[in-house]
Design a protein around this ligand. Structure first.
Ligand code: ADP
Ligand code: ZN
Length: 519
């Protein structure tokens, strides 16, 4: 006797009700149709193919690129009493053989398989010999070069639909903008498939961007303000994770680092300790978190800016899965953005892919530099219409006041002119603040008229204001000339006093904090 979807949800997963869209998606798939499921991380995608798998005779094939997670996913299913197994290249021949035998005996309901295994010789014949009731392509954005995590081995997946025309296929992802999603469906050979799109809004996550200065101090302060809260600090470099974890431990904070180069035993130990709350804070590269289902992560910090909004959203999505209030913080400086640009520029990618990456990076920068509701920016990225401000991002909470910054702008622009438009932002700040460092003195910049003309502002204020000037078109930057700043028509109008410059007043973390306490 086959069970209904409600019975399956209750009996195997222990839940009484479906989340929005789950029920519709399951009906659609159970009726033999193809579709794409777009849901944020933690939204409950797995149920969408695991329940249909159990509703019918036969076996569901789950194609997943995350070999490291297959074991956990399968274990979780087994713990719920669902017969499942995985096949990938890390297994011995005899292990693989044993699983194939189970498949033939009809003992399994779900088989997780890595794409490279799927297309190994003989595999297609093996699949043909099974009674497949559904193909589920997990992390399906990997099919598309437009996605942020393209995997060449995924491009062969169109073979499946060609060879098994009557088997329904579901493509799942947490991250696909409109272009990517169309491409994914095309690549999979199901261009007409219906797209189910759950809301990406996670209203319980507060969104904050902090100036990328004195990061360690700010982190420490934040942790002290939020004792015993579980959190993750994402960093770009492995070395940084080690450094920060160590610095925090030196302050008596229970922090550890995690990255892909740790020995496997240590990795799983650290991960388990974090899940069990024996480690409070994980300082990690993006290697950490894929598929980690810890419901009480209270905050996520990005020590470095991610290279695209999809990754960012996926990473902050690991906070507050229990639905309780949680915080996200992104450290941002203009220099971070330039570094990311340089990384793309010097990568081996062909130009057209570089251009995609640049465009994605720019969207990330727009988020970081937003002067209106950040959630609206995020959600509009995922094509979600929002008609009002969220009230739970730093911009909404502190509508920032603008001031007349014409004089400061004139000083900066004049310094750029007097240094022949050859200096980048960091050096310009030194010149304005009158720093006698070698870079300045060697070039004779300590002898120009504007040297030290901007001492009244701190370096972090200058960095912030110069970034705002760039964004509002008061000056330009030449990426191909070591990021040197350039004057444009607007710059000259400002210099001649024909145009005023309004900027948003800078606020450090401490100032922000104080003001929030007062209000
Ligand atoms: P995703 O794959 O979209 O990141 P998961 O499928 O891992 O998300 O689901 C996230 C969490 O939500 C899991 O702990 C899962 O058991 C839970 N979940 C899924 N569907 C439901 C439901 N209908 N009711 C309650 N919890 C659910
Ligand atoms: Zn907002």
């Amino acid at each position: 006797m086959l069970l209904s979807k409600e019975q399956i949800l209750k009996q195997y997963f222990g839940y009484d009700t479906f989340r929005p869209l789950q029920s519709e998606i399951i009906d659609w798939i159970a009726a033999g149709n193809d579709c794409m499921v777009l849901m944020p991380t933690g939204g409950g995608k797995s149920v969408c193919f695991q329940v249909p798998a159990l509703m019918k005779e036969g076996i569901t094939l789950v194609i997943s690129p995350l070999i490291a997670l297959m074991k956990d996913q399968v274990q979780a299913l087994r713990a719920n009493g669902i017969e499942a197994a995985f096949l990938n290249s890390t297994q011995s021949t005899s292990e693989q053989y044993a699983i194939e035998k189970q498949c033939h005996a009809g003992e399994l309901k779900l088989l997780y398989i890595a794409p490279e295994k799927l297309f190994a010789s003989g595999s297609l014949d093996f699949i043909r010999s099974l009674n497949i009731n559904l193909f589920a392509v997990d992390e399906s954005h990997c099919v598309s070069v437009w996605g942020h995590d393209f995997r060449p081995e995924y491009t062969q997946l169109h073979i499946l639909k060609a060879a098994f025309r009557h088997v329904p296929m579901v493509a799942l992802t947490a991250t696909a903008d409109r272009v990517t999603r169309r491409d994914v469906l095309k690549q999979l050979g199901i261009p007409e498939a219906r797209v189910f799109e759950a809301s990406f809004d996670r209203p319980n996550l507060s969104l904050n961007v902090l100036p990328g200065r004195n990061r360690i101090k700010v982190i420490e302060q934040f942790i002290n303000d939020h004792p015993n809260q579980s959190g993750i600090i994402y960093c770009l470099a492995r070395k940084t994770t080690e450094d920060i974890a160590q610095k925090l431990r030196a302050k008596g904070i229970n922090a550890r680092h995690y990255h892909a180069k740790l020995p496997p035993e240590e990795r799983s130990k650290v991960q388990d300790d974090f899940l069990r709350d024996d480690i409070q804070i994980m300082v990690a590269t993006i290697a950490f978190g894929m598929g980690i289902d810890k419901s009480n992560v209270r905050w996520i910090m990005h020590y470095n800016m991610p290279s695209n909004v999809e990754s960012f959203y996926q990473e902050i999505g690991r906070a507050g899965r229990d639905g309780l209030k949680s915080d996200t913080m992104l450290f941002y400086s203009f220099a971070d953005w330039m570094m990311r640009r340089d990384m793309i520029e010097s990568s081996e990618l062909p130009q057209h892919l570089k251009d995609i990456q640049f465009a994605k990076l720019d969207r990330m920068k727009q988020y970081a530099e937003a002067d209106h509701c950040r959630r609206r920016i995020l959600l509009s990225y995922f094509n979600e219409a929002v008609d009002r401000d969220c009230g739970n991002c730093d911009v909404c909470r502190n509508p920032r006041s603008k001031f007349d910054a014409t004089l400061a702008a004139q000083k900066a622009l004049s310094a750029i002119a007097r240094t022949d438009q050859k200096i980048a932002m960091g050096l310009l700040v030194d010149v304005l603040r009158g720093s006698h460092n070698r870079n300045v003195t060697e070039r004779g910049y300590d002898r120009i008229k504007t040297f030290g003309a901007g001492r009244e502002l701190r370096a972090e204020e200058w960095a912030d204001y110069l970034t705002q000037m760039l964004n509002s078109g008061v000056m330009d930057v030449a990426y191909d000339e070591a990021h040197s700043l350039k004057l444009n028509e607007t710059s000259w109008q400002v210099l001649r006093g024909e145009r005023k410059v309004q900027l948003v007043r800078f606020e450090s973390y401490e100032e922000k904090r104080k003001r929030q306490e007062e209000t």
